[in-house]
Design a binder for this molecule. Sequence first.
Ligand code: COA
Length: 259
Amino acid sequence: MSYEFLNVEVVDRIATVTINRPDKLNALNAHVFDELDGVFTAFTTDPLVAAVIVTGAGRAFVAGADIAEIAALDVAGLERLSARGQSVFNKIERLPKPVIAAVNGFALGGGCELALACHIRVASEHAKFGLPEVKLGLIPGYGGTQRLPRLIGRARALRMILSGEQIDATVAQAVGLIDEVATATTLRDVARSIALQVSKNAPLAMARAIGAVNDGYDRPIDDALALEARLFGSLGATKDMAEGTAAFLGKRAAQFTGE
Ligand code: COA
């Protein structure tokens, strides 16, 4: 399938989605959201895709929601836009395959929120993170007020949200917003090597692991542990669990089929 604002390539079962609107620093307009929705829907069931990397073309990852689009919206329109962005980012967060953000530059507003929806985040040393919406008379609307405090803690998140200031990759790593800092030239290789590493693991186990973390996170601990036990148990019915344990005991590499 071809896209106007995305480049999508799949190599060795790793899909790389490059948001490609560099003249507007990859700002997210309705069309970009439609395309992200479509491609992540397709990844859900595509057996040729084991893991996904999301990155941006040019000097930005994503510089936020498209302010030109937002400026014209009234109360109902803004609420609809927020719900739309949230639903697309939920789809990314709930993809039953690992999604890695390779943050190559500005990750502001919706760009920071896109990175937050990914499962693993690496960034180039030039990347900048921020939620500048209050400078526009808005608040983060694509999950930022909820995912950021859960990731880095309420106090640090509130400081970022209320100041609207940008932080660089080193600070982002120090506060736990990203996992790793790479150079601009090694970023794609670092993201790719993480994607290749995870893509060797049992697909159904990774899907259930993502489900356990996502669905259990906000539940009371006993409920969350019960969920974990159910998902853990459900893997007993898979060929991959039989293969993974037999391979370990037989001192050989496992060959997972996703069954
Ligand atoms: N929405 C729409 N257009 C955007 C945009 C956004 N979020 N971010 C950048 N652009 C556009 C600019 O309008 C400019 O377009 P033009 O060349 O047609 O005038 C182009 O991208 C380049 O941006 P520019 O501001 O000239 O680059 P810069 O290097 O001087 O500044 C930023 C870079 C990221 C600091 C600045 O673009 C910025 O603050 N962007 C908005 C960030 C934001 O508030 N995001 C949250 C939105 S809710």
